[in-house]
Write a new protein. Structure first.
Length: 385
């Protein structure tokens, strides 16, 4: 039984979700591996200078920034954060070395699989200090790297990419072709591949919606955002014959506010839910930020995406909008002030069907491809037959 450590953190929801989904599929496929979930923040907390100074840890700073929409100038903020991480590299490596050397009661793994950015140099150095030659694999949960050294580091490791663009970035950085793998997309939870038996017309009626009216799903992450109010108000004032399902996530105040808003258009407001595939099944198009997870989920479920790219867009997410446009699967705006025009565009005769077909042409099976890639790496290193 080989032990694989899946490294994640909670700066944004996608990293834990990716590691959890991968662990689930490994178990479903009955791979002869022990997949250990390793929360990086728990190990590196003593070296978190942000928590020492600001009384809040690095990943929570990031999450609060997303919740409040404080993303203008995020590229400069990201560069500063990277400099601090590199400044404390020695301390990070020591903590990881102590963790894997058994002092924490955790023996070193046979391989390390990272789904986090920024810390891959420290993670690699930490495991190599304890067990030299341990295979190290980074799986990008973004559609592209944001160089230099956001996801990819110049070190002896493997990289798994979900887009041709990221794959070419790895080769350009100097990785050998046999150390870079290309999957058909981003990691999605296995529930997105399960059949959904739902009578769309009946379900819409039960929610107080029209069974035949074009329905948009509005989703801005696990904590929602005030942008959802603006989207609702602008579409309500547009005169367009649409209706909305709005998912406010864990933001209960926003959920109550959206639900209480008196509007011309029909709407249904949802709080935190694990049934995103079902809500997507009830919708015709998606409105949200250009995060790799939500964009990939919407496209996989056949929903054309309306999103933005502007100065507030996180630098690592800027490629996502270009990816959508290139494939004809989305409309990219400078801001959501143009949401009415974008919805009007996709509701032109035949346009929604055309964009739906474009999403269907993107067949993402990454979650089922990655275990085979990991198996190949373990075989190459002589760890399995």
């Amino acid at each position: 039984m080989r032990v694989l450590d899946f490294i994640y953190f909670d700066a944004g929801g996608g990293h834990r979700a990716a590691a959890t989904a991968l662990k689930m599929v490994v178990a479903q496929q009955q791979r002869p591996w022990e997949a250990r979930m390793v929360h990086l923040q728990d190990i590196l907390a003593p070296a978190d200078v942000f928590k020492k100074v600001l009384r809040i840890d690095l990943q929570e700073i990031y999450n609060e920034m997303l919740r409040r929409g404080w993303t203008l100038g995020s590229e400069q903020g990201l560069r500063f954060m990277q400099q601090v991480i590199r400044l404390y590299h020695g301390s990070e490596v020591k903590l990881l070395k102590d963790w894997w050397s058994g002092r924490s009661g955790t023996p070193p793994p046979d391989a390390v699989v990272s789904v986090v950015p920024n810390f891959n140099r420290a993670l690699f150095d930490g495991i190599q200090a304890v067990r030299p030659g341990t295979p190290y694999i980074t799986i990008l949960t973004d559609l592209a790297d944001f160089p230099p050294r956001f996801w990819m580091e110049p070190q002896d490791q493997d990289v798994i990419c979900g887009t041709e663009h990221a794959y070419q970035q790895a080769l350009a950085m100097g990785y050998a072709k046999d150390r870079v793998a290309l999957t058909s997309g981003m990691i999605l939870h296995p529930r997105f591949y399960e059949p959904i038996e739902v009578d769309v017309a009946a379900e819409r009626r039960a929610l107080g919606l029209d069974p035949d009216r074009p329905t948009g799903l509005v989703l801005f992450g696990g904590y929602g955002t005030g942008v959802m109010r603006d989207v609702l108000d602008r579409l309500d004032a547009s005169g367009l014959d649409v209706q909305l399902i709005l998912i406010a996530g864990k933001n209960e105040a926003l959920q109550r506010e959206l639900a209480a808003r008196r509007t011309r258009i029909a709407k249904h407001v949802v709080g935190f839910t694990s049934e995103i595939p079902r809500w997507m099944k009830l919708s015709n198009f998606f409105i949200g930020k250009p995060g790799p997870g939500s964009v990939s989920e919407a496209v996989h479920m056949g929903l054309p995406v309306i999103t933005v790219r502007n100065a507030w867009t996180l630098p690592q997410e800027r490629f996502n909008s270009a990816w959508l446009s290139e494939r004809g699967a989305g409309v990219v705006l400078k801001s959501f002030s143009g949401i009415a025009g974008a919805v009007r565009e996709i509701l032109q005769p035949g346009r929604l069907a055309e964009m739906h077909a474009a999403t269907q042409a993107i067949r993402n099976r990454a979650i089922f491809e990655i275990p085979d890639l990991l198996q190949g790496i373990l075989q190459r290193e002589g760890l399995v037959d």
